[in-house]
Design a protein around this ligand. Structure first.
Ligand SMILES: C[S@@+](CC[C@H](N)C(=O)[O-])C[C@H]1O[C@@H](n2cnc3c(N)ncnc32)[C@H](O)[C@@H]1O
Length: 415
């Protein structure tokens, strides 16, 4: 088994992970929002890429996020009550945009609605918005580095207050790049932030644009002085940005650090900005489904690499290896799940400890505190088991199992 986090930062593994989380949440978004909406739903990909790309040395092609979105749209259209999911893809690079137009053709030929806009995301979003009119939109923002949409675009377009239909934004926030930009800063003689000399190009202005000004520079240096940790300082800055977005637009957010274990290095930092009360709960669950799919993708990849070349498939050794790999993966998954359930039981107990009997904690608004260190590693199945265990122990009331589809609304009530 490969245990090196760097390996998981490769382009192909990164794509598997990002797409697994994106597609799982986009599915939840369509179900959650689509059930109460009659018109089309929109998936907007602001940094779309070419749609397909070669990833690793093995040359196997990986679908890009636009193809992932269209595959989901095709599935939604085949439901007994079909959903009309439309896609808009924005891509700055001309060659990528051309490749993307080719790559989406099979879907368009089958009648799906999808358009490619070549150019800057900020330039095209108003057009896309005017086409989406007042229909729900989920926008995926997945740039290289910190060059994500500016704060003005977030507050003035994507999350503009007053829109009647929901608009949610899923952003891949590159905490590593923010902490690198922060590392180029220092205090000047007046205790104001300045960029260390001789560091051009440094890219600090990209973080300025994302955060909507230079305020983050001071916040970063203060946090780093206090914590001695550039990564923790970058996360504090992102948290402050999320508070600002909430104040200016009303959109709440959930930041999910995607990692391989509760104490492992953070690989991605997906943040969802939302207004629907179920969104955070569904997103936490989607992140855990995505990371599970990702672990399975790696098991298969490791296995492929380990299978003896030249021996041919199906030799005794290869069969043993396959069986071992499956058993080992199941054991690891069971261990992860058991640890997550125990952790969530502890979190529920701590949350209800100060409450009187008959009072409780609602799942959706407390999802971060309930899942705690297992955010992105555990979702609804682990919450259910933890709740049931505590109910069996007589500490909380049993959940209403007839309403498992809207579990996010339920309260865990202290006995
Ligand atoms: C990380 S890649 C996106 C990968 C894609 N989301 C996927 O999963 O397949 C970022 C893409 O954004 C494009 N890009 C960079 N700056 C852009 C901008 N200002 N507007 C639109 N696209 C941009 C790049 O050319 C690149 O293809």
């Amino acid at each position: 088994m490969v245990n090196n986090d760097d390996f998981f930062k490769g382009k192909k593994p990164a794509a598997v992970l990002k797409h697994a989380v994106f597609t799982s949440y986009a599915y939840a978004f369509c179900s959650m929002i689509g059930s109460g909406h009659t018109g089309p739903l929109w998936l907007v990909d602001g940094y779309a890429g070419p749609g397909k790309y070669d990833a690793d040395a093995d040359g196997a092609q990986v679908n890009g996020s636009p193809i992932v979105a269209l595959t989901l749209a095709a599935k939604q259209r085949s439901f007994a009550t079909p959903r009309d999911v439309r896609c808009a893809f924005i891509e700055a690079n001309q060659a990528y945009a051309l490749a993307l137009s080719e790559n989406i053709k099979p879907f368009v030929d089958e009648g799906l609605r999808a358009d490619v806009y070549q150019g800057d995301v900020a330039e095209h979003l108003p057009t896309v918005w005017s086409r989406a009119v007042n229909n729900p939109v989920l926008t995926f923002i997945d740039p290289f580095g910190v060059s994500a949409v500016s704060k003005d675009v977030m507050t003035g377009t994507l999350l503009k207050p007053g829109r009647t239909a929901p608009s949610e934004v899923l952003v891949n926030i590159n905490v590593e790049a923010i902490s690198r930009h922060g590392g180029y800063l220092q205090w000047d003689s007046h205790h104001d932030p300045e960029i260390r000399r001789g560091l051009k190009p440094h890219g600090v202005e990209l973080s300025d644009a994302f955060f909507g000004g230079e305020w983050w520079r001071r916040a970063f240096l203060e946090a780093r002085d206090r914590t001695g940790d550039a990564s923790a300082a970058a996360i504090e800055v992102v948290d402050a940005y999320r508070v600002m977005i909430k104040e200016e637009t009303g959109a709440s957010s959930l930041a999910v650090p995607i990692r391989r274990s509760p104490t492992g290095a953070m690989l991605f930092h997906f943040t969802l900005f939302f207004t629907h009360p179920a969104a955070a709960y569904k997103f936490a669950d989607s992140a855990s489904k995505g990371t599970e799919k990702w672990r399975e993708a790696f098991r298969r990849k490791d296995l492929e690499e380990a299978l003896s070349p030249g021996n041919g498939q199906g030799t005794l050794f290869d069969d043993d290896l396959r069986e071992f790999s499956e058993k080992d993966a199941k054991l690891r998954e069971d261990q992860l799940q058991a640890a997550a359930i125990a952790h969530i039981e502890g979190n529920i107990s701590a949350l209800i400890a100060p409450m009187q009997s008959g009072h409780g904690v609602q799942l959706a608004p407390n999802i971060e505190r309930l899942v705690g260190a297992y955010l992105s590693l555990a979702g609804e199945p682990a919450i259910r088991r933890a709740w049931d265990n505590l109910a069996d122990a007589g500490l909380v009331r049993a959940r209403d199992k007839s309403k498992s589809r809207s579990m996010w609304k339920q309260y865990i009530v202290k006995r």
